[in-house]
Design a protein around this ligand. Sequence first.
Ligand code: SF4
Length: 339
Amino acid sequence: MPAPFSFWVQPTKRTNLDSIMAYDVHDPAETELSFDEVTRSMQEMFDRDVISVFFEGGEPFLRDDFLDMVEYATPNAFTMVRTNGTLLTAETARRLKSAGVGVVCVDIEGGDAATHDTLVGLPGAFDRAVEAVRHLADAGVTTFITTILTSHNIDQLQELADLTAATGAEKLGVLRLYPLGRARGNWSRLSVPLPRQMASLEAIQVPDGVQLMQSWHPNDPNCCWQMAAVDAYGNSIGCPYLRDFANYGNIRETSFMETWRNPVYKKVRAASAVEACPECAANDRNRSGGCRSTAYAFGGAWDAPDPYCTHMNNGTDLTRLPRRIVDLPFGAPPTMTGV
Ligand code: SF4
């Protein structure tokens, strides 16, 4: 693969929430990428025909120049934004629409205000997020509600599906919990056994006009082969879900394409998992080892099977995180050089 198809870029790790499951923790000693550094990294991708750009934080709308970044991206690639919605006004929604944004995902972590506000640590956050979804829908922006499945909201997926319909959002994305950032330290409070996760997903009655997206088998083929990601401090990390596990070099010191040639990055992209899901293999999903992040977190190797797949779980208790993962520091490790 000469260059990535998808580029994830993180304008900031800062957030206005205090979530117990935040995947990122801002380090005040670090300097965020400037506008020029962000756009330069995007241009390096556009010059190689990347097809999509995904902005995520932290909370990207904390940056005054964030909409300018979106406007730089939209003429060049399908552009997605993920936000907690608390800072998104009707005017912002209209500007996103006129910029030609492809999709905006608004994170809502519970079917009611009490659940969401407790998880994210900000009273009133639920109401503001719901209002943001309505502003986006009113402006004609394709909008998804995204929620991370935890022990706190597992019995509220139907409410979230109904909320998706009621607010005019097009899709509910139910995402698996990743052992990243603060979620690692709070894993035993947040995680749920795999059979219960699957049962709760199957029980959702999807309202008319709403689509359900979920990041479990069979919707989670290994996509590392085409993915690029740069965090707010310039680290090339391959994917946002590898943000605590991988670092292939810093784009302040070298070009992104030089990091793309890092031998560990090449190994992760090669996706030669030791075990493949037979259902995916039968459907010609040749990247059938599942997500490399959870494979690495629970299996300790880039080519381990993904335990979030029922075929490859092999008795792994997803509520028990390996100690070596719990104890990792927040954020990207030093640049990796050896496989
Ligand atoms: S870590 Fe998982 S989600 Fe990220 S690119 Fe790899 S397979 Fe896809």
